[in-house]
Design a binder for this molecule. Structure first.
Ligand code: NAP
Length: 287
């Protein structure tokens, strides 16, 4: 029996759904922290358990009768303790195998993304030291985050984002979920780390070029000075934490920390991952 955490979120829910292609619905349990978000999973006939990474006793109850666990990384800024709580509870309940969605950052220590990414490296170490059988998925940037960086109106406004020449091996979150579902429902992944990336790393100039080709009109890419970018966002009333996150990711792209390419996703999917241009077409031109 496998339990998937974060099942109210994008990766967790999609992984539960894709796993049903390989195993019956009575072999997978969805864990989420807010029962109000469970209706569609319940409608699919999936057992739902409610627990919070921050409440160890709720995790111990949720892990009753579970063999394997997919820990979807927490979305909170101080997530390391959340992850430790889950790993400790898994160990205490005698679970066999823990799977973890980590990040594909070239170097957790030197990257500008360190304030967020360090907890992935520390969680990986904590899992390895726990003695549990593990599989780690180091996920690259979700393609679905691109509109957050470039804006929904990028086709008309052009792209204004200080990523410089930096690239990322964007992959679709749905492809990642399908690859993860295939791994958690099959054997041969014990004590392995998979770097889950797109097949090609693309820059924001490449993204502008794809949008130009798809729209039939020129879409520009401007990479402003970071200071100018922050001031521009401020003038447009973007909240401070939004400016911080966007600037942090822009700096990480500029630092070339998200450019690793690895065939693991293709091997786990048994097909090529969706290419970025197809994603952009669906995201920007589907209506
Ligand atoms: N590779 C990338 O590009 C990228 C981008 C963004 C995030 N991430 C990371 O990947 C993770 C999964 O991505 P996603 O798109 O699926 O994120 P998401 O949609 O925000 O899902 C996160 C899930 O974690 C759950 N969660 C958060 N805190 C929890 C807690 N204390 N106890 C129990 N559950 C908790 C959320 O529950 P609620 O629904 O109740 O909030 C949600 O189900 C994120 O959490 C983040 O760590 C990666």
């Amino acid at each position: 029996m496998i339990l998937v955490t974060g099942a109210s979120g994008n990766i967790g829910k999609a992984t539960v759904e894709f796993s049903l292609k390989n195993i019956s619905k009575n072999k997978v349990i969805a864990m989420l922290r807010d029962e109000n978000k469970s209706a569609d999973l319940k409608a699919m006939g999936i057992e739902v358990r409610v627990a919070d990474y921050k409440k160890p006793s709720s995790l111990l109850s949720a892990f009753e009768g579970i063999d394997d666990l997919l820990l979807v990384s927490s979305s909170s800024m101080d997530r390391l303790q959340d992850h430790k709580n889950v790993i400790d509870a898994a160990k205490q309940k005698g679970l066999k195998h823990i799977y973890y969605t980590s990040g594909a950052v070239s170097n957790y220590v030197t990257t500008p993304l360190m304030p967020l990414a360090a907890s992935h490296g520390e969680t990986e170490d904590y899992i390895k030291n726990s003695g549990l059988t593990y599989t780690i998925f180091q996920n690259s940037m979700y393609a679905e985050t691109i509109p957050m960086y470039v804006g929904e109106g990028a086709v008309d406004s052009g792209i204004y984002f200080p990523a410089g020449e930096g690239k990322a091996a964007f992959a679709l979150r749905t492809d990642m979920a399908e690859a993860i579902a295939n791994a958690i429902t099959s054997s041969g992944h014990e004590n392995k780390t998979y770097v889950i990336t797109g097949s090609i790393a693309y820059s924001f100039a490449d993204i502008a070029q794809f949008l130009s080709e798809l729209s039939g009109k020129p879409v520009t890419y401007i990479s402003p000075e970071p200071k100018e970018y922050k001031e521009t966002l401020k003038k447009h009333n973007v909240p401070e934490d939004g400016i911080f996150i966007l600037s942090l990711f822009a700096k990480t792209f500029r630092h070339h920390d998200l450019e690793q390419i690895n065939p693991a996703i293709e091997n786990l999917l048994g097909r090529k991952p969706t290419d970025l241009k197809s994603y952009l077409k669906a995201a920007y031109f589907s209506n």
